[in-house]
Design a protein around this ligand. Structure first.
Ligand code: PEP
Ligand code: MN
Length: 349
């Protein structure tokens, strides 16, 4: 941490800052410039925070040098992590050596629709099935998801197709039941900063897929991941799903640069959701190609056997030619960037 003193700070002001820092066991290194004095602090950053240094007389600014997150930072864990999703006997990796294709319906609507979606996903090469039983809808009048019956359908289809399942949880009270059925808990964009939910998900003993808040900075997103990690759960996968900008052509703006930015600073895997980022099925394939090229650890895509009748997000769901094109992209492109299909690394013990 560095404290920048204002040009009119007195020697007493500087001495007071030094005394406060030393009072909590820190060290202060004073560097006097022609106009300003700066003070470098070494020690426990949390104890410096409690000093409210900005409020001290003569202090112009305080800068932190290290990341505000710890457990999810590469300063804590230098090598990039792999998160394994699934039960004993079949676990799919999401991490730096592989490329993981997750697909499924936006929402679980019926057993038939979920099974058909899962079969489409599997034939296209997906190794993890997605599907929402609790839907965080903007309108309270829109389809809210089937709840527990939806979880039962999803788990049954996962079992039948051999695909681990990821599903969203929107309320901390539902975490135990969702964790009972799901192999991975999803926290959606609207709940990224619901800290009680993050902590409950962190306690559930299952990997967590943490989507980026639609107005969250990367630092805020990683701090949200830190809430989960702090509960002793480092099995967190980040998902870039587009952010709100002034551009109306797409539902959100996919922040493709977030992928390498996150990978440089955090060891957690990061995947991309081109379906929710764009809201348009014609953009899902090009954005998936971009995600693979930029080094994402996977993509998660909406599919539906009949998008016209979908109860949620039909316009972005793939079937037919787009899905075939996507299948080709996720088969051919990852090896070019040095990644193997996650399906070939499945842990069967
Ligand atoms: C979803 O994946 O079903 C979803 C609601 O995504 P997001 O939270 O990114 O909008
Ligand atoms: Mn959706």
């Amino acid at each position: 941490m560095v404290v920048v003193m204002s040009p009119d700070a007195t020697d007493e002001d500087v001495a007071h800052v030094v005394a406060r820092v030393e009072g909590v066991g820190g060290e202060a290194f004073v560097s006097k410039g022609v106009v300003r004095t700066i003070i470098g602090l070494v020690g426990d950053i949390d104890s410096f925070h409690h000093l409210n240094l900005r409020t001290l007389r003569g202090v112009a600014d305080v800068h932190r040098i290290s990341d505000p997150y710890k457990l999810v930072s590469r300063q804590h864990h230098a090598d990039r992590s792999t998160v394994w999703v699934g039960r004993e006997g079949r676990q799919v990796p999401i991490g730096p050596d592989s490329f993981t294709f997750l697909a499924g319906p936006c929402a679980v609507e019926t057993a038939e629709q979920t099974l058909e979606s899962a079969q489409m996903a599997k034939s296209a090469g997906a190794t993890i099935l997605r599907g929402g039983a609790y839907k965080p809808r903007t309108s309270p009048y829109a389809f809210q998801g089937l709840g527990v019956p939806g979880l039962e359908i999803l788990a049954g289809v996962g079992e039948a197709t051999g695909l681990p399942v990821v599903t969203e949880v929107v309320d901390a009270r539902d975490v135990p039941v969702v964790a009972e059925y799901a192999d991975m808990l999803q926290i959606g964009t609207r709940n990224m900063a619901n800290f009680g939910l993050l902590q409950a998900a962190g306690d559930a003993g299952k990997p967590v897929l943490l989507k980026r808040g639609m107005t969250a900075t990367i630092e805020e997103w990683l701090m949200a991941a830190e809430y989960i990690a702090q509960r002793g759960n480092l099995d967190v996968v980040l998902c870039e799903r587009g952010i709100r900008t002034f551009e109306p052509s797409t539902r959100n703006t996919l922040d493709i640069s977030a992928v390498p930015v996150v990978q440089a600073t955090s060891h957690l895997p990061v995947i991309v959701d081109p379906s929710h980022a764009s809201g348009r099925k014609d953009l899902v394939v090009p954005l998936s190609r971009a995600a693979i090229a930029v080094g994402a650890d996977g993509v998660i895509v909406d599919v539906h056997p009949d998008p016209e009748t979908a109860l949620c997000d039909g316009p972005q769901a793939l079937l037919g030619s787009e899905l075939r094109e996507l299948a080709q992209a996720v088969r051919r492109l990852p090896p070019i960037v040095g990644r193997v299909d996650a399906g070939s690394l499945v842990r069967t013990v």
